[in-house]
Design a binder for this molecule. Structure first.
Ligand code: SF4
Length: 496
């Protein structure tokens, strides 16, 4: 708007043949056609001269007052006319020429508070542009599917991590599992998470556990295979268009696989590698606030003349709310410990073979040492890698809870694990992977803060070599492609 206004004044003085027009560009020549203005915002205006002679062509206006700041509109105390007051103001302005009339006091520092859903951590780290488009630009993460819901693979973090898809950062598309009667992958994941929440065994003895409250030690025998528990879960969450019998059967198969694996046996009271489960929590709620360094960071606003500083920042906090699928308390060779276990239901829908794991999803394929917590296939490693920042966050949550206790009451927090529900395998992150994940978590928070403070710094599209990441991004698989790897055309996508 401001630029259009300046253009109008320039044009008005020009058609009037005004050689002295303060609104003219250096290249303007009276009598010649005006070129399109490119840098009118660089005009330097003398408010005093313009007040006396505004150069408005034939407009019947003798004076023009330039107000440069809302602070100029102070409450009127004097009873002078506006004209007299303006003359006095201009006189004061001239007298102050050369003096420092800037603000003596900097504006009061502000704090910056941000939040991020835990399930978006890894997606955001793999492409900060995705975070920028959604959180800074405000683009909806709902893909525009123009009647072509097809074989898009969105079997990602959101779809199978047990529900937390609030915020909708992708992964909420219902994808056919290919098995008649089964719900989509995300819903099947939610159903199984709920079954584990209600039915998992807790071998605690109802006594007190060091560093933990009573909720950890409510003993329970496994109810995972009980028909009425499965029915209860189906009553709660089964969509109307899914087949109850088919879905119930799949839940029972997954429950049996868990019972036969390391996690099921440990929750049933067995020891493994000198560790014994002594208590647990399912769906452990948390609120975590992480501070980010505020030094040198400030809030700015874009103005025609560039970035204008508005305030320093004295505190930056990023908060996370969520629930940890499962947290185990152990007693054993390493003393009292804790461990996060995140249930992953990738591969539990389609392709999945209930009778012959070797013919089903690759995650089902038998491995040499099923009770070992070491990675034994590239898909297990992929599962860990895909969720490593989220796992690091959950681990930090447990560590913080322990740091708040006196040192001798603390439990050591072990590297986190995923429970691959398709195989019943519990796979643990290495110490080195956890350390790297924590570093990357911190780096992502720094980037997120910078993004909020410098919203015009647009992150690049991913290079072609990382196009696989784009395949699960709603800005890519949308019917109207809004983003994609560098070099790929955007716009309406034709699928042949
Ligand atoms: S399409 Fe690719 S580059 Fe664009 S936001 Fe999504 S993941 Fe990032």
């Amino acid at each position: 708007m401001g630029q259009m206004w300046l253009e109008a004044l320039r044009y008005s003085a020009h058609v009037d043949g005004d050689e002295e027009s303060p609104w003219a560009m250096s290249t303007d020549k009276v009598g010649e056609d005006l070129a399109v203005a490119t840098e009118s915002w660089k005009l330097q205006l003398n408010a005093t001269e313009i007040y006396v002679q505004p150069h408005l062509g034939r407009a019947p206006l003798e004076n023009l007052t330039i107000i440069h700041d809302p602070g100029c509109f102070t409450a009127r105390k004097s009873r002078q006319s506006v004209k007299k007051e303006m003359a006095e103001h201009l006189k004061n302005g001239s007298a102050a020429k050369g003096k420092n009339v800037g603000l003596e006091k900097r504006p009061t520092p502000r704090s910056l508070k941000l939040s991020l859903a835990p399930h978006r951590l890894d997606l955001s780290f793999s492409c900060t542009r995705r975070l920028w488009l959604g959180d800074v630009r405000g683009w909806s993460t709902e893909p525009m599917l123009l009647g072509q819901i097809d074989d898009i693979d969105v079997d990602g973090a959101d779809a199978t991590s047990g529900g937390a898809v609030a915020g909708g950062m992708a992964g909420s598309v219902a994808v056919s599992t290919g098995v008649v009667g089964l719900p989509d992958a995300a819903t099947l994941g939610s159903l199984f998470h709920r079954l584990v929440e209600v039915g998992i065994a807790n071998p605690a003895d109802d006594g007190e556990l060091m560093g933990l409250d009573q909720l950890w030690s409510h003993s329970q025998s496994s109810r995972l295979l009980e028909k009425d528990v499965i029915e209860q879960v189906l009553d709660e969450l089964l969509p109307a268009d899914a087949d109850r019998a088919v879905t119930g059967q799949r839940l029972a198969v997954l429950a049996q696989i868990q019972e036969d694996g390391r996690l099921g046996k440990m929750c049933g009271g067995d020891d493994f590698d000198g560790q014994k489960v002594v208590g647990l929590r399912t769906e452990l709620p948390f609120h975590l606030t992480v501070g980010v360094g505020a030094d040198g960071r400030r809030i700015t606003r874009w103005a025609v003349a560039g970035e204008v500083e508005l305030a320093d920042i004295d505190e930056i906090q990023v908060s996370f709310d969520g629930r940890i699928d499962l947290a185990l308390a152990y007693d054993g060779d390493e003393g009292p410990t804790l461990q996060v276990v995140d249930l992953k239901t990738e591969g539990c829908g389609q392709p999945f073979d209930e009778d012959d794991p070797a013919k089903g999803h690759e995650l089902q394929h038998p491995v040499a040492e099923p009770f070992s917590t070491m990675v034994q296939s590239h898909l297990e490693q992929e599962l860990l890698d895909k969720h490593r920042l989220q796992l690091a966050l959950y681990t930090i949550v447990l560590e913080r809870s322990q740091f708040s206790l006196p040192e001798k009451e603390r439990r050591k927090v072990l590297p986190p694990a995923i429970q691959a529900s398709a195989s019943g395998r519990m796979v643990v992150m290495s110490e080195a992977e956890l350390t790297q994940a924590k570093l990357d978590f911190g780096e992502l928070l720094e980037q997120m803060v910078d993004m909020k403070l410098n919203p015009h710094d647009e992150p690049e599209r991913l290079p072609k070599e990382q196009g696989e990441i784009c395949r699960t991004c709603p800005y890519y698989y949308s019917g109207i492609r809004l983003c994609g790897p560098q070099g790929e055309p955007l716009g309406i996508v034709s699928r042949s």
